[in-house]
Write a protein that binds this ligand. Structure first.
Ligand code: NDP
Ligand SMILES: O=C(O)C1=N[C@H](C(=O)O)C[C@H](O)C1
Length: 255
């Protein structure tokens, strides 16, 4: 069976784990990895991750010229780099490559660029690409409608070095119509990969919806799920939330 060819932007804390998940999935062929600098330039991500075969040749963003995507065709580009990577998407989209962006925080200009590419290509954007957090986001919106008077607070916990507020938590606040300044609480401790909790406070009961990524492989499995979802789809802007919401609709229990 023809493998799904994937190229990855980013080979940092998360990108390395994402590359490993794709290398471990026989349905995929990791074709290249693009990173910002020249570290490990033209080495293979597979070898750096301990495999005995060559896959995922490493390039720098400086190598991504007008012919890069045509000379190294893939079916999907998976981005775990930096918001600046979005400015390379147009070349990929014009080469017919589906785009899965897992960048957690974009400025409006970058969102607008992604929307413009979605007019003629498949683009999936997800600030948190785990299956679990997107189930939590859909469930929270349903719960808010069921209990419209509940007090709601968001707590996000990440590793000590994460400077920015969680893009996931910002997205949750936006979905629930909450003021981030007032209802989003950030904690930075140790090596926490990512934990998000939405607390619904009512007079006589509290409901806590919580998701914890205990290994960055969760993001890799989410990216694999996302790439597979885009196969065969028409051009458009997709999100994990819309895909999971449809799965909710199809699986609501009937009593
Ligand atoms: N949506 C989701 O579920 C998740 C999203 N993320 C997001 O992924 C991003 C990366 O996170 P993390 O791995 O921790 O960050 P790191 O800083 O550890 O790694 C960033 C990587 O991106 C590379 N890079 C930077 N700029 C570019 C560019 N313009 N083009 C290509 N590569 C580039 C860096 O290259 P170099 O090595 O040369 O410096 C590095 O390899 C963040 O935005 C984070 O929020 C993370 C986890 C989950
Ligand atoms: O930087 C990270 O690691 C993560 N970033 C995303 C965010 O900011 O929401 C998603 C995940 O929580 C991990």
């Amino acid at each position: 069976m023809k493998k799904i060819r994937v190229g990855i932007f980013g080979f940092g804390k998360t990108g390395k784990v994402i590359a490993n998940e794709f290398l471990n999935d026989s349905q995929f062929a990791l074709t290249w990895v693009v990173r910002k600098g020249y570290a490990d330039h033209h080495k293979y991500a597979s070898r750096l991750l301990g495999y005995e075969f060559d896959a995922g040749k490493i390039f720098s963003i400086e190598d991504v010229d007008n012919d890069f995507f045509r000379e190294r065709p893939v079916d999907a580009l998976v981005d775990f780099s930096d918001s600046s990577g979005v400015y390379l998407y147009k070349k990929a989209a014009e080469a017919g490559i589906s785009i899965v962006s897992a960048i957690s925080k974009y400025e409006q200009e970058e969102i607008d660029l992604i929307k413009s590419l979605a007019k003629y290509n498949r683009v999936l954007y997800s600030p948190n690409i785990t299956l679990g957090i997107n189930v939590l986001m859909v469930a929270a919106q349903i719960l808010q409608k069921i209990a419209p008077h509940a007090d709601i607070e968001i707590v996000e916990e990440h590793f000590k070095g994460k400077r920015e507020v969680s893009g996931t938590a910002k997205r949750i606040a936006n979905l629930l119509g909450l003021n981030e300044e007032e209802h989003l609480n950030s904690i930075r401790v140790g090596g926490i990969v990512g934990r998000h909790e939405i607390i619904f406070g009512m007079p006589n009961q509290t409901i806590r919806l919580q998701h914890e990524s205990i290994n960055r492989a969760a993001f890799g499995q989410g990216a694999i799920f996302a790439v597979k979802c885009l196969i065969g789809q028409p051009p458009g802007l997709y999100t994990m939330e819309t895909i999971i919401a449809e799965m909710f609709r199809q699986n609501i229990p009937v009593y």
